[in-house]
Design a protein around this ligand. Structure first.
Ligand code: NAD
Length: 509
């Protein structure tokens, strides 16, 4: 295959940034430039404060982006750092970056179209088309284009048409290489993926292009895990993977509604069915439903595809996954309202966690926003939000659409204790480790029992200090060891089912 010396990644977002960093780490002889039109984002990638929070990302960016950085603490590492030349760069100069690239990865956003034909379901291709136009303007002939963004089935053909009309007679191979990383574990997923899928045209030059991309991944991924298929299958498999993951969450969430109405415990049901090897234990945690920028839109895209093909029943089937997901969020918020007999006036509600899941600052399509909307409509005295990783700006972007001009009711705190101070209820909305409640010390119990919301409501077993209650859509994770910083420690609001230990026994030390 052709040797790739320079890569341009268009889109310095949650996918483009980490993907480029890991590719750069394992391919020290390849120069990787990440291009974005958002100057602010590029500035942050070049700074000490990256624009996205991902565990492990800082170190990789530092090792690949910065000149040798001897710490004097680890000789072997220092020697390695000195040998290594920076090979990861961030830029807004599209002409220079695109024209020098042997390969271009398109990692721009592909959100759901909000207006016009297919609104709410079809994919908005504006950013992708924009980046393809830039490629057509500047790329040298023979540059390999790679779809990293999640795109509708048939996009490779669409790109080919654009290039054929703007650069007639010139050869460009278009590959599909969907990204399966999950936010919060992006680095781990990129370093140790279950598989890498590369879709290409079924032609000799298509296969050669696929081999060129595969050789970059082969720098750290066993070739048996690099799967080459046709471009259509590759584009579709990303939508299907996300739709099936989301469907599992929706399935267990629908079961949680049954559990709440009966005496069953959804965690016990999930554990029991997960032991069946055909089902497996992953993605069976009931909660507020899925959020984030991908699952909903990818199911919408799959639905739209099915509809466009005249497969209405297929479309309806997948559409239901999104419909139920929204309902799950409302169910939780309505329970909170019901808990206060439909009257939240004078109440302060603290929301712990705003990002759509743990270990990320990504607030896009966060379930927290939907919960807050329902609560906001009830006009409580205050909704206090704390998230360890979200920017205030990103939180406001999500909640502003339903806020009235007077937004003094919603406050965003940088300190969790202040957010919770004087709160009537604390709603744990994502599962960041900081929010883990350490089991209260008591004898005879190995791991503390924390009562899930539904049980607390039914059995009235909330134990509270003053008027404070902790509400969680499902039982918060129970840890046996004290987390680094136990944000809830000061509140003594864990929902306990057995009495605290009064003796100074070894178990409780
Ligand atoms: P993002 O919004 O974080 O980043 C996209 C970036 O592209 C933005 O910084 C934007 O300014 C830039 N951009 C848009 N048009 C551009 C242009 N013409 N030229 C230069 N820059 C341009 O998006 P993301 O979350 O990284 O997602 C990117 C794609 O990857 C989407 O298709 C998404 O579905 C897919 N994906 C996302 C995830 C995830 O967890 N976020 C996982 C797998 C796949």
């Amino acid at each position: 295959p052709r040797q790739i010396k320079r890569i341009c990644v268009i889109g310095a977002g949650y996918v483009g940034g980490p993907t480029a960093a890991v590719l750069a780490l394992y391919n020290p002889d390849v120069r990787i430039e990440v291009l974005d039109r958002d100057q602010r984002r590029i500035d942050r990638w070049q700074s000490g404060h990256l624009p996205i929070h991902e565990p492990g990302l800082n170190n990789i960016v530092r090792a690949t982006r910065d000149a040798s950085r001897r710490t004097g603490q680890d000789e072997a590492q220092d020697a390695e750092d000195v040998r290594r030349q920076p090979n990861l760069f961030f830029t807004t100069n599209s002409q220079e970056s695109i024209s020098n690239a042997d390969m271009i990865l398109l990692a721009v956003n592909t959100p759901t179209k909000m207006d016009g034909v297919g609104a709410g379901r079809a994919t908005n291709m504006r950013a992708l088309d924009g980046s393809v136009n830039d490629v057509a303007l500047y790329a040298k002939p023979g540059t390999i284009l790679v779809e990293k963004s999640t795109v509708p089935c048939g996009t490779a053909q669409r790109i080919r048409k654009t290039l054929d009309s703007l650069r007639p007679g010139e050869e460009f191979e278009i590959l599909s290489n969907p990204e399966f990383l999950a936010e919060g574990t992006a680095v781990k997923n990129l370093m140790n993926p279950d598989r890498v899928i590369i879709g290409s045209a079924d032609t000799p030059s298509g296969h050669l292009a696929a081999a060129a991309l595969a050789s970059l991944y082969a720098a750290w991924i066993p070739t048996s895990q690099i799967v080459t298929i046709n471009a259509w299958s590759s584009e579709l498999c990303k939508l299907v993977a996300n739709a099936m993951l989301a469907q599992r969450i929706t399935s267990i969430n629908s079961v949680s509604a049954i559990c709440e109405a009966t005496g069953a415990n959804v965690d016990e049901v999930a554990k029991s069915i997960g032991l069946d090897k055909r089902i497996g234990p992953q993605f069976l945690k009931a909660g507020l439903g899925f959020g984030g920028s991908c699952f909903r839109k990818d199911i919408a895209s799959l639905t739209y595809l099915a509809e466009s093909l005249g497969l209405d029943e297929v479309a309806e089937y997948w559409d239901q996954v999104n419909t139920y997901n929204e309902l799950q969020r409302k169910r939780f918020a309505r329970k909170v309202v019901k808990r206060y007999d439909g009257d939240l006036s004078g109440k302060k509600l603290a929301i712990l966690g705003f990002a759509f899941k743990k270990d990320t600052g990504d607030a896009r399509e966060s379930p927290a926003a939907d919960v807050i909307k329902t609560l906001y409509d009830e006009q409580p005295a205050e909704i206090a939000i704390f998230d360890p990783y979200c920017n205030e700006e990103d939180i406001l972007r999500e909640i502003q659409p339903f806020m009235s001009a007077d937004n003094s009711m919603i406050k965003i705190y940088a300190d969790p204790y202040q957010a919770c101070s004087g709160a009537n209820a604390i709603l744990v909305v994502n599962e960041n480790d900081q929010f883990k409640v350490t089991a209260p010390r008591r004898s005879g119990s190995v791991s503390g029992q924390i009562t899930p919301l539904e049980k607390s409501f039914e059995e009235g077993s909330i134990s509270s200090v003053s008027d404070t209650e902790m509400l969680s859509p499902v039982s918060p994770p129970v840890s046996q060891t004290k987390p680094e910083k136990d944000y809830l420690a000061g509140f003594d609001i864990a929902l306990v089912t057995s009495p605290p230990c009064l003796e100074d026994c070894p178990d409780c030390k």
